[in-house]
Design a protein around this ligand. Structure first.
Ligand code: GMT
Length: 379
């Protein structure tokens, strides 16, 4: 396809959406497109130098007269400059609020001198499932969606929820998330397990999140405790966030506190997954669950709640298990049955890797985005 000039805006420090936007930018650059990140700081996964990736920082000054720094306006203004100066073909923004609205404003500010930039908006979840409930923001979210040329959602569940909650006059396409298979693959974790004091006959369960309330970390700990009674195992809790302290307190009160390891924020998740046998994601809101996909790519099957996009990632009883929100008995039941049956565990591991390759392969997903860009450019 024709090589394009693509602007990308995301929250550079926010979990899955920032990771996805950055990985997409890197893959598009590898396919010969010119990428312009327009973000408040360098995206944290942009850890390699590319000759065709550029970073345009959005600096927001803190004026003493204003109660709030004008981030949205500064971003729209920067977008306008980059659209004009770089003659962007496409501006791909992640999150409707504020990024889609800023993109529309930025395109307007850029004026008619340049060619009309196409706006592609990807919805990641929080913009709809949390902000979409806020009556003050619904109009702005609908505006951002309707003024975009193409809108995608990271799961069909999120797409349906957006249509129901926001009722935009716009079609939304599902484009799933992906992982970089060159980083997320099954590795030998024996050395690392030993370094962490994990015995060869122990199983390892893992949870990765930003420890927000919606992640239901106490349910993860409860599931582990119920499983630990029957399976010699450890629980690795990776990440940091507002509920971590409470989770640590809870872990301390359990009879297996020694087996619950809080590893904090970690960069090299693929290496850590090499130690794990099972992933737990017990969230009450989850548009996709990128952490599940990352684990599956490394051969770690998951147990997740019947929430949002999770059932689109986990195929119940094939590559993992789906349980109802809060049902830690059922989660523990599945965990025990899987962890005590080595043959089944190996089969689930294999199927987890296969489903990532078949349904969420990076090449396939990046091609889907390219096809949408092409559509926008031809408009
Ligand atoms: O889950 C979070 O708290 C972070 C949030 C984000 O904006 O990065 O994640 C959302 O986007 C991810 C990437 O598409 C999805 O995998 C997550 O499921 C989604 N989180 C929610 O919907 C709560």
């Amino acid at each position: 396809m024709k090589k394009l000039k693509i602007g990308i805006t995301c929250y550079p420090t926010v979990g899955g959406s920032g990771v996805m936007a950055t990985e997409l930018g890197k893959m598009l650059a590898e396919r010969g497109h010119e990428i312009h990140f327009i973000t408040s700081s360098m995206p944290f996964r942009l850890n390699k130098v590319y000759p065709n990736i550029f970073f345009h920082e959005v600096e927001v000054n803190n004026y003493s007269v204003f109660q709030y720094p004008p981030y949205d306006i500064a971003l729209a203004s920067r977008m306008a400059d980059v659209i004009r100066e770089e003659q962007l073909d496409v501006l791909h923004v992640h999150y409707a609020i504020p990024h889609a609205v800023c993109a529309v404003l930025g395109r307007d500010m850029a004026g008619q001198a340049g060619k009309r930039v196409g706006i592609v908006t990807t919805l990641h979840g929080t913009d709809i499932t949390v902000l979409g409930d806020d009556a003050l923001l619904t109009t702005a979210i609908r505006y951002g969606i309707e003024k975009s040329d193409v809108v995608t959602a990271v799961s069909t569940s999120l797409k349906d929820q957006t249509m129901e909650l926001i009722q935009p006059n716009q079609t939304i396409e599902t484009v799933y998330n992906f992982v970089d298979e060159r980083e997320y693959y099954q590795r030998d974790g024996r050395e690392l397990r030993e370094a962490f004091g994990i015995e060869p006959d122990e199983k390892v369960m893992v949870h990765v999140s930003n420890f927000r309330k919606v992640k239901h970390v106490p349910d993860v700990i409860e599931t582990f405790i119920k499983t630990r009674k029957y399976v010699k195992s450890k629980l690795l809790l990776i990440g940091d966030g507002p509920e971590k302290h409470e989770a640590m307190q809870l872990a301390k009160q359990t009879p297996y506190s020694e087996d619950i390891l809080f590893l904090g924020k970690q960069e090299n998740l693929a290496e850590l997954y090499a130690m794990a046998d099972l992933k737990l994601l017990m969230s009450e809101k989850e548009a996709f669950g990128l952490v599940l996909l990352e684990a599956m790519a490394c051969g770690v099957p998951g147990i997740g709640t019947r929430i949002g996009g999770i059932p689109e990632v986990i195929c119940h009883e094939k590559n993992g298990y789906i349980v109802e929100l809060g049902d830690t008995d059922q989660a523990a039941h599945h965990a025990i049955s899987l962890l005590l049956d080595d043959e089944k565990l190996q089969l689930f591991r294999k199927r987890a890797i296969q489903s990532v390759q078949n349904r969420f392969h990076s090449e396939k997903i990046v091609e889907q985005y390219e096809a949408l860009y092409e559509k926008v450019v031809q408009k």
